[in-house]
Design a binder for this molecule. Sequence first.
Ligand SMILES: NCc1[nH]cc(CCC(=O)O)c1CC(=O)O
Length: 334
Amino acid sequence: MTDHAPFPRSRPRRLRRTPALRALVREARLSADDLIWPVFVCDGEGATMEVASMPGVIRRSVDLTAEAAEEAFQAGIRTICLFPYTDAALKTDDCAEAWNSDNLSNRATRAIKAAVPGMSVMTDVALDPYNAQGHDGIVRNGVIVNDESVEALVRMAMAQAEAGADILGPSDMMDGRIGAIRTALEEAGMQDVTIMSYAAKYASAFYGPFRDATGSSGALTGDKKTYQLDPLNAEEGLRCVARDLAEGADMVMVKPGMPYLDMVRRVKDAFAVPTFAYQVSGEYAMIRAAAGNGWIDGERAMMESLMSFRRAGCDGVLTYFAPEAARLIRAGWE
Ligand SMILES: NCc1[nH]cc(CCC(=O)O)c1CC(=O)O
């Protein structure tokens, strides 16, 4: 970096004086193209359910999800990510509902692709919505077994790809799943399906409201520390990113978002690949709760948080704020 001239030759405030000058030297931009909207899908028709710990977020039945996708598309959102709220009766130890071609997530994928062909659909590859044990992998005698879980994840991923998913998002953190899914896609002639790997995914308290939203918090026994990363480990996160890229991931993700922006920057600098972050449910809940209490300006805090992802090096962000932020961007937010 070049040294700047000493004061008063250098007066950095010169470039901050007017909106035009500030815009001229702005380094990063936030556009609706950078936003991926995670949505919760529930059973029924014309049905909505509120999520208590995520004010403003609702679960929608498949028909209303397709409608919401259409509206979001009008606002500029071009990728949507599906999470099913699965009936407890469909949760089993073998997680078979995960690869049912007519499960909620696959029905929603087809409905969205039919209603809004230009919308990219991303799906979640992990067994937790379908697992009686609430874990992302199959549990045998209290142990989350890796290789058997990977086989199940491959079946799940293939069902999602067949339903028309554009982006598969393995969020399970089992070893070897990216390679196994990539191989299966190639063998099935579905070589154009993309994979966004949840590569550096940490064992986080910030997922709490999400587990309520998908109904997996009740089922979960214990924690996810044997497969999700230790929050203190940065190098291990980088190794996971390297591994997932070597196995065939097209894009990688860091998760959660705001407490892990250092990881975003390190991943982007080290690998120079499409890099994403997930601003998770707990981050959303914090901003909403503080805003709801009048303690912060919710709109400005939302936009600033999203801009911080871009500054840190993210190509895009998964955020529950996506439609709201897209509308503000449309309206000329600076
Ligand atoms: N495979 C589970 C999954 N996929 C996305 C999230 C969290 C998203 C959020 O908190 O918004 C989780 C939760 C978890 O790992 O327990």
